[in-house]
Design a binder for this molecule. Structure first.
Ligand code: PNS
Length: 187
């Protein structure tokens, strides 16, 4: 079989453990895997393109056949420009399927020679999405185990006031419930 290069496109805002799991799986079956970060002009991302590039480069440094790049415009045109013959996308649950099917068929209409390949991340990441990670982190909630440590650190730096407020509230709640326990014991 000839060399198969695949493109794994996405927003990666931020990269999650689910993304990384899929990249590692993809790197095992494709000769070359390009992770293409969409230079998204409509949505305002939490992480700049430069930050997402840096995080993903760090996270995939151990995978020699993986390259991290940015793209804009039509994904199929970018795939063609880098000689990718496959597009890799992750499917976590049935709920992903409809959107992914629609996108894959539209991409096939735009470029019939490009095949979309779906892979499943480990089931422990089946509920993890960048959107939910952003939502939890914006309230200062814990994202340990959902994103790689470097991403967790970046989220803490970016959302420091939210984490500080959340940690202070937690500490105050713990103090208050400690006081209640003491009063209960006395009575
Ligand atoms: O991680 P995401 O946000 O689910 O990834 C979506 C992405 C980047 C794969 C998709 O929005 C995309 O390919 N955008 C580029 C523009 C394009 O080609 N649109 C037509 C899609 S059918």
């Amino acid at each position: 079989m000839s060399k198969v290069s695949a493109l794994y496109p996405g927003s990666f805002d931020p990269p999650t453990n689910g993304h990384l799991d899929l990249i590692e799986r993809g790197a095992k079956i494709f000769e070359e895997l390009v992770v293409g970060i969409l230079r998204n002009t409509e949505k305002s991302p939490m992480f700049s393109l430069a930050e997402r590039l840096e995080m993903l480069k760090t996270l995939t440094a151990h995978l020699k056949n993986v390259r991290i790049e940015a793209f804009h415009g039509l994904m199929v045109e970018y795939a063609k420009s880098i000689d990718a013959t496959c597009v890799l996308r992750g499917i976590r649950a049935v709920s992903d399927y409809e959107y992914e099917l629609q996108m894959a068929l539209m991409n096939r209409k735009l470029e019939p020679t490009l095949e979309t390949v779906f892979m499943m991340p480990a089931d422990k990441y089946s509920y993890v999405s960048s959107r939910l990670v952003r939502e939890v982190a914006q309230i200062g909630g814990p994202v340990k185990g959902l994103v790689p440590e470097v991403v967790e650190q970046k989220l803490r730096e970016k959302l420091e006031p939210a984490y500080k407020f959340h940690d202070e509230m937690q500490a105050a709640t713990a103090r208050a419930s400690g006081g209640k326990e003491k009063r209960k014991k006395k009575t």
